[in-house]
Design a protein around this ligand. Structure first.
Ligand code: MG
Length: 251
């Protein structure tokens, strides 16, 4: 069952999203060679709690961090650690915030200093895929329209969408129905209706689409060790079209 939210509830989710965006901007500014992802995690937790909110990931199924920090070929779900970032790394940062019982979820991938042209392209294409997917999040469209738009955008550039990791509905729970794949057929899947709130999150490999689990049981890597990127927004479907509840970056 897809739980639809009232406009007032969407506003409450936007309040969580506003804290999340300020957290992401703070983390983006701190991301540089020499800092560790554990330091970023500590800064995120401190900031989120200072806003009267809670980090949604902390303790989720036993996850130890307040953020997921996934460098280079790691796609998602990286546990923050003491490894210093290096110039040329890509770092995917995923943050969840709970405020007054409502959850917001967003991610971005940040270059550490100057990165390769391949990495720049991966970032641009994955971010672009997020926005073309969001543009489909309108009443009367279908869930498959979102995934189709993302897949077409990514594959046209010779990159790969990951099939086994998907976006999700979100609300009082971080993961609600429906699953939101980054691939699909236009016009297929549930019809999108006002009040649905989705975490749309293209996860893209520069190489092939397959992934493998890391030894810690959390981290997911591209199977071919190619670079990966992840961008995510929490988006509400409104009569006026998509409303981004975590607007950290201009479209
Ligand atoms: Mg998510």
């Amino acid at each position: 069952m897809i739980i639809r939210k009232t406009p007032q509830q969407v506003d409450q989710m936007a309040a969580a999203g506003e804290i999340l965006v300020r957290c992401l901007k703070m983390l983006e500014a701190k991301t540089r060679a020499g800092i560790t992802t554990l330091e970023l995690d500590e800064a995120a937790e401190k900031f989120i709690r200072s806003q009267g909110a809670e980090p949604a990931f902390k303790g989720y199924r036993g996850f130890p961090g307040s953020i997921c920090a996934s460098p280079n070929s790691m796609v998602v779900h990286g546990i923050p650690d003491r490894t210093p970032l290096q110039r040329g790394d890509l770092l995917a940062i995923d943050v969840g915030v709970v405020k007054d019982g409502w959850v917001a979820d967003a991610a971005m991938t940040v270059p550490v200093g100057t990165v390769t042209a391949e990495a720049e392209k991966l970032l641009a294409v994955t971010k672009g895929a997020l926005f073309v997917g969001i543009d489909q999040a309108r009443p009367g469209n279908h869930l498959g329209d979102i995934g189709h738009a993302i897949q077409r955008h990514v594959e046209a550039e010779g990159l790969s969408v990951i099939r086994t990791l998907v976006g999700h509905g979100i609300g009082r729970e971080m993961h609600e129905e429906p699953q939101v794949p980054n691939f699909g057929e236009p016009g297929r899947g549930p019809e999108l209706e006002e009040g649905m709130v989705l975490a749309i999150e293209p996860m893209v490999n520069a190489g092939g689409p397959l992934v493998r689990m890391g030894d810690d049981g959390w981290a997911v890597y591209s199977e071919d060790d190619s670079l990966a990127a992840h961008f995510e927004f929490t988006v509400a479907i409104t009569p006026d079209g998509p409303r981004i509840l975590t607007p950290w970056h201009e479209a």
